[in-house]
Design a protein around this ligand. Structure first.
Ligand code: NAD
Length: 482
């Protein structure tokens, strides 16, 4: 059997929703999932109805006492079992994710293993959530108890469906909160598979629910009065709506939004290392990465040589069916392809210099080749806006100060990188750049135990690492007078 046939066979068995510990068929509108590599329908699914959403939230509320009341080491064992089960099913999960998102199989497998690691990492935190004692004097004792916030909603994007699910659900469950997740309507399957495994691992009925559907279901979930915290990963425009919806019940929000992340290369940098990382940082997953290094900011003396090295790597990337694990898969949807095409076409019409790519691939599927624009002005649309595709823009600077000014010159502030042999320059940049994560001499080489999140329009709140627990924890202060 081919991997493609296998992925389809597994996907056909996946129910489309998981609530209250059981598979459910959708009772809302029907939709077709399109294979991005062939543009053919590969599966028909049905959204959840409004009443199914209500049922999921009610189930999550009902499971709170049992799950949060369990011994912390019992919660830890359950989450560790879930990590083990995800690993054991990683071939199936990766095949389905690869076909659904259009992501090269090796990258999909990596995402699945990352999801398992999130559950393993946060399992380790369950019995270490210590509160504080606060000195108030001899006749008073003050202490804090870390309680779970309650029901948590997780609204997910299509570019990293399984890892964005796990990075929110794992810390929420670790502190004793319960979960209702809504994956993107384009990529619903892996989340439902993880919910089934969570149940198999021993989570109580209702502790981990997945309902599928589009923005209407997402909006209803974000605004549900029983939801205490909404973790949203997606676009800035939708993030604003989610924040508004959550304000009705005064729920907390974590917003992981878009970016236009700068990678600065100073003229004393190791150009081969920088070229390798810049190419990976923008062309990996066909550029559909919130943290993609979409802007190269380079000192004039080395700009031409560096762009040549990046271009060589871009042009060597082979496209192919995601399940054959090529270097580059298709974009995830027709809508995403149209978005990338329109940004690139406007940039070309504005007279910007495109040195490679710049046109949809001549083959079926939503393939778009690695594309590089050079010497692009700071105020160009393609410098300022998130394209969310394999499109790099380079900006030229003369001094490190100018590089910093350009780096901070967009509305976003997710990630930034710098390449230089001068550690003082690197540290000055790292301290002054407006970003939630900064990489020195190794763009995106960090890992999922390092806190992650944005400033400015890139979002609020932090996920990953121990910082990711805070959103799901409500410290209660108790003061005893004696
Ligand atoms: P999107 O905003 O279109 O959709 C995200 C999710 O929100 C989907 O599940 C969608 O169904 C749902 N949704 C749509 N309208 C809604 C509404 N009114 N209320 C509640 N939910 C609603 O984003 P996308 O196209 O799926 O993802 C791409 C974007 O996500 C990019 O901007 C990218 O940068 C960002 N992203 C950010 C991170 C991060 O960690 N910062 C990670 C991945 C993706």
């Amino acid at each position: 059997m081919t991997t493609s046939q296998h992925a389809l066979n597994v996907a056909m068995q996946v129910p489309h929703h998981f609530l209250n510990g059981a598979d459910q068929a959708g009772m809302g509108a029907g939709r077709s999932l399109i294979d991005p590599a062939t543009e053919q329908v590969w599966l028909d699914v049905r959204d959840a109805s409004a009443s199914q959403l209500g049922e999921a939230v009610k189930g999550a509320k009902g499971a709170l006492e049992r799950w949060s009341g369990a011994a912390p080491n019992a919660r830890a064992r359950t989450l560790t079992r879930l990590a083990d089960l995800i690993e054991a099913r990683s071939d199936d999960l990766a095949a389905v994710e690869s076909r659904n998102v259009g992501k090269p199989l090796g990258q999909a497998r990596r995402d699945v293993l990352r999801a398992a690691e999130y559950f393993r990492f946060y399992a380790g935190a369950c019995d270490k959530l210590n509160g504080d004692t606060i000195p108030l004097g001899a006749d008073q004792t003050a202490l804090t108890v870390l309680e779970p916030v309650g029901v948590t909603a997780h609204i997910l994007p299509w570019n990293y469906p399984i890892s964005t699910l796990a990075r929110g659900a794992a810390p929420a469950l670790a502190v004793g909160a319960t979960v209702v997740a809504k994956p993107s309507e384009l990529t619903p399957l892996s989340a439902v598979m993880v919910a089934q495994l969570a149940h198999e691992a021993g989570l109580p009925e209702g502790a981990f629910n997945v309902i599928c559907g589009a923005g209407d279901i997402g909006a209803a979930l974000a605004g549900h009065e029983e939801v205490a915290h909404v973790t949203f990963t997606g676009s800035v425009a939708t993030g604003r709506k989610v924040m508004q919806a959550a304000s009705v019940s005064v729920a907390g929000v974590t917003l992981e939004l878009g970016g236009k992340s700068p990678v600065v290369v100073l003229d004393d940098a190791d150009l081969d290392a920088a070229a390798e990382d810049v190419a990976r940082g923008i062309f990996f997953n066909a550029g559909q990465i919130c943290a993609a290094g979409a802007r190269l900011i380079c000192q004039r003396r080395v700009h031409q040589a560096l762009v040549a090295k990046i271009r060589e790597r871009a042009e060597a990337m082979q496209m192919g069916n995601p399940l054959d694990d090529p270097a580059l898969g298709p974009l995830a949807s027709a809508q995403q392809l149209a978005r990338v095409e329109s940004f690139v076409n406007r940039a070309k019409a504005d007279g910007l210099t495109c040195v490679t790519g710049g046109q949809r691939a001549d083959r079926p599927g939503y393939f778009y080749p690695p594309t590089i624009f050079t010497d692009v002005p700071a105020d160009a649309e393609i410098t300022q806006c998130e394209v969310f595709g394999p499109v790099l823009v380079s900006q030229i600077c003369d001094t490190p100060d100018e590089a910093l000014e350009l780096a901070n010159g967009t509305a976003f502030g997710l990630v930034a990188g710098i390449y230089t042999a001068d550690t003082t320059q690197a540290l000055r940049f790292a301290r002054a750049v407006e970003a939630g994560q900064v990489f020195v001499n190794g763009f995106l080489k960090g890992g999922d135990t390092v806190p992650f999140g944005g400033v400015k329009d890139s979002g609020i709140g932090r996920e990953k690492g121990l910082a990711g627990l805070a959103a799901y924890t409500a410290p209660k202060s108790i003061v005893l007078n004696h």
